[in-house]
Design a protein around this ligand. Structure first.
Ligand code: GL4
Length: 829
């Protein structure tokens, strides 16, 4: 039944907004509509930025329509919903991705050409939405794409930072400089402000208990609002459209009326500036915990607002609290939203009058937690005094949760004080800490790691006690994945076309396992030729960028070896740059005859270092300065180039990844939870040069160049390095030579790098010296295969088409089946 007004008028108006996806004139009409109305511009007063904005607004209209249909459909069906809470969303650009997913890429290209613009130019006007650091944030972006494509009733929740990850600049001496990323300075066409969707959030204050009840009253302190901004995320080949709801902090009142009336104007606006800080900037740490109050404020604002929003939707269903977990599941992307467990308890107990025990039963059926790292320095633990100041009621609830939990542990293992101390949510000591991972495990119904090896390590190391307590089934694995839409179709259109043409359909884009059917094409000469042409085109495109942006001329017939990821000691960019220096030394020593037999390489690095991470920044400096020497050494011809591309981003990755021949994945075994750049590189035909990880298993070890100590050997070697050290020239004579070369001052003042080489000379925690020889040997194998180009191409094809398992559609389906218990709800055509 039509809800309001005249049905015919409504429906005619709705139909009038429809655009035929094939109709370029129709699309042009909508673009011009936005040019003249939304932008208040005219044909004579246009530039590519305005054309981009109008095009984006036209696409956004399409998205909103689908968004509306999806929400209406899901509301009517009332299915179980999944909410994905991630403090980072590393989306990148949206225009190309949106028109591809809508199946309107060609129509938009036509329409904008007819209006006098080149579509590629428009795409380049868009700024990246860079609300993330690296793998963790990009994973969330891939997952929401898959949730939309699989038609799952799901939303993402995050924070609308005014500043995304910093812009990385390089000084003339190769040092990283950080500049802000004011990505919202230009209007963001991809977001829909929902100023009416705002929830109150409290910080600080005090708690009064309510006699004879579990309840308490939390009051006073500072109150602010979390305001919603929605980003619609279209699925591929479906009308379904998911949503990322991002919260922005806003003062409750613009200013404090009392101070204002008292004539103190400055004080009257002060409160609003403290609140405004909360969603100002993304913390730029990856795999590194910082412990800042503002970060805890971010976490609480985001999780509290998200929960209030989720519960409001649930309450409309008019179901009892006991059925909460039949209708919602909340996936916590790492421990950042863990405070949600205490917040749900607070809402149920204090506000909804649910008795404590019942509330705990309800709560522990709702949450699931994904762990993304075993690095101890990345595990969140809040200083108790800071926590208590900001969230006094939550600390009380955590004490009670821990009390009951410790009681269970004591019952199972009487008098095992050491076990209790290890497992407690509160870390005793001076100072005391709240361990967020422990709270996440105790409050969840399922915990998962992100790769086979990582999940095993979790269970045998940091969560070992919890495995004994909860049982094996409580822990599971969901291997990470990447979306083939952005990471093949969008970034490598020629390869996508070859695949679609050869398979006779584009179904591989939603069923990546179909790629396996192309494995036999490795033996097909014509296919290999077509493959090589595409790779060469992509390499040329990248070479042009390197020339334009960095002034470095590279040899497009060289091996393009990419190490593109955050700068971190465990990822061992050091190993790579030291090996490059070694290679350079070999070339310098070689006779002209010997040089003729050497294979040419171009090493490409990109990645940011956390601003406070001194050693990681030093590594950048070394890479840049080594590059300067090598790239300007005319004597070595084009046998070797080294490029550091500044300000790595999703958009830069889209150019780099299709051009790579070799994917450099050389973290110390067992430290990288589940690399995802390796998946993107492999599916675009780069061969893996790396330490153990599961891509090797899947692609078949034959296709990869593996090296280095295995995860189960690392502890012992590490122990020896620290306690029974042998001098570096015995551990690795080659590396000792490289260090001497650095110390001779070839790459600038040697003492600059002392603190870096010292980490290897001394404890070498990451086994750089122990793996150096075998890394060189693995590169030698790469040389040999490259010498036989046909064999190379075969391996590349076999690698790429074995990647079906690493589609994020597979990952998300695993979550849906194994953890969330949600089902596809496709909007009818
Ligand atoms: C990370 C892991 O380091 C990375 O291997 C993984 O791909 C990613 C997503 O699961 O999560 N953990 C942290 S912390 N940052 C990451 O990127």
């Amino acid at each position: 039944e039509w809800p309001i007004g005249d049905e015919t008028t409504w429906k005619t108006a709705l139909d009038a907004n429809d655009v035929d996806p094939e109709d370029a004139q129709g699309v042009a009409n909508t673009v011009v509509h936005h040019i003249t109305t939304s932008l208040a511009r005219q044909a004579g007063n246009m530039d590519t930025l305005a054309a981009y904005q109008a095009t984006a607004l036209s696409v956004r209209d399409q998205l909103i329509k689908r968004w509306n249909e999806t929400t209406t459909y899901h509301t009517s069906r009332a299915p179980k919903r999944i909410y994905y809470l991630s403090i980072e969303w590393l989306i990148g650009r949206s225009l190309d991705n949106a028109v591809l997913n809508l199946g309107m890429r060609n129509t938009y290209e036509d329409a904008t050409r007819k209006l006098g613009f080149n579509f590629e130019d428009l795409l380049n006007e868009e700024r990246d939405a860079a609300l993330g650091n690296g793998g963790l944030g990009r994973l969330a972006a891939c997952y929401i794409d898959s949730m939309a494509t699989l038609c799952l009733p799901g939303w993402g929740y995050g924070l609308r930072y005014n500043y995304g990850i910093f812009k990385q600049l390089l000084s003339s001496t190769g040092e990283q400089l950080e500049a802000p990323d004011p990505w919202l300075d230009r209007e963001n066409p991809w977001e829909i402000p929902r100023l009416d969707v705002a929830y109150p959030i409290r910080f600080y204050g005090h708690v009064e208990s309510v006699p004879n009840s579990d309840k308490a009253v939390w009051q006073g302190g500072m109150e602010c609002l979390a305001v919603a901004y929605d980003t619609p995320i279209p699925g591929y080949a479906t009308k379904n459209c998911a949503n990322i709801r991002l919260w922005s902090a806003k003062p409750v009142q613009g200013f404090d009326l009392n101070s204002f009336n008292a004539g103190n104007y400055e004080a009257s606006v002060q409160a609003s500036s403290e609140v405004g800080n909360i969603t100002q900037v993304l913390y730029p740490n990856d795999n590194m915990y910082a412990g800042k109050l503002l970060r805890l404020q971010q976490q609480y604002l985001w999780t509290s607002a998200s929960l209030q929003d989720i519960l409001r939707r649930f309450l409309k269903l008019d179901k009892p609290w006991s059925q909460l977990s039949d209708f919602i599941c909340i996936q916590m992307n790492d421990t950042h939203p863990t405070i949600a467990i205490a917040e749900l308890m607070r809402i149920l107990v204090d506000e909804e009058d649910v008795p404590y025990d019942q509330a705990w039963k309800i709560t522990t059926k709702v949450f699931a937690y994904t762990n993304h790292t075993v690095l101890p320095e990345a595990l969140e633990k809040w200083e108790l005094s800071l926590f208590e100041k900001l969230l006094p009621r939550h600390l009380q609830l955590i004490y009670r949760i821990n009390y009951e939990f410790m009681g269970q542990v004591a019952k199972r293992w009487p008098n095992d004080m050491d076990r209790m101390r290890r497992m407690s949510i509160i870390e005793e000591g001076t100072p005391k800490y709240v361990r967020m991972a422990h709270l996440a495990i105790v409050g969840s119904f399922k915990v998962n790691g992100v790769a086979e090896l990582h999940s095993q390590l979790l269970q045998s190391t940091i969560f070992r006690d919890f495995v004994e307590f909860k049982g094996r089934d409580f822990f599971t694995n969901v291997t990470n994945g990447i979306t083939p839409r952005r990471w093949v179709l969008q970034c490598n259109p020629e390869l996508a076309e070859l695949v679609t043409h050869t398979l006779g359909s584009d179904q591989w884009l939603t069923n990546a396992q179909l790629l396996r059917n192309l494995l036999p094409m490795a033996e097909d000469v014509n296919f290999r030729k077509a493959w090589d042409v595409i790779k060469k085109n992509n390499k040329r495109r990248l070479a042009d960028v390197l020339e334009e942006e960095l002034g470095i001329l590279v040899n497009v017939d060289s091996i393009f070896a990419c190490q593109i990821k955050r700068m971190h000691e465990y990822k061992r960019q050091t190993l790579n740059i030291f090996a490059i220096i070694h290679r350079y030394m070999q070339i310098k020593k070689a006779t002209p005859e010997e040089r003729k037999k050497m294979q040419p390489w171009t090493f490409i690095f990109a990645g940011k270092a956390a601003p406070g991470y001194y050693i990681a920044k030093l590594v950048i400096r070394l890479i840049v300065n080594v590059g300067k020497v090598i790239n300007n050494d005319l004597d070595i011809g084009d046998l070797l180039n080294v490029c550091f591309i500044p300000d790595y981003s999703v958009s830069i990755a889209e150019v780099l990844i299709p051009a790579a021949d070799v994917s450099v994945q050389i973290s110390t075994a067992g430290t990288e939870a589940s690399g995802t750049s390796n998946m993107k590189l492999a599916i675009n035909g780069a061969l893996l040069l790396g330490t153990v990880d599961e891509i090797a298993e899947d692609a078949g070890e034959d296709q990869c160049f593996m090296f280095g100590h295995l995860a189960d050997q690392v502890q012992q070697v590490r122990f020896n390095n620290s306690y029974n050290p042998i001098p570096l020239d015995q551990r690795s004579p080659e590396l000792a030579e490289v260090f001497k070369y650095i110390e001779s001052g070839v790459f600038g003042d040697a003492h600059i790098y002392e603190s870096l080489t010292k980490t290897v000379y001394e404890h070498d925690y990451y086994l750089v010296s122990n793996d150096f020889g075998s890394y060189l040997a693995a590169q030698k194998l790469v040389d040999d295969v490259w010498a036989n180009r046909d064999e190379w191409t075969k391996k590349a094809i076999l690698t790429a088409f074995a990647m079906g398992d690493f589609s994020s559609d597979r990952s998300v389906q695993d979550y849906a089946d194994g953890i969330w218990g949600v089902e596809s709800e496709r909007v009818p055509e």
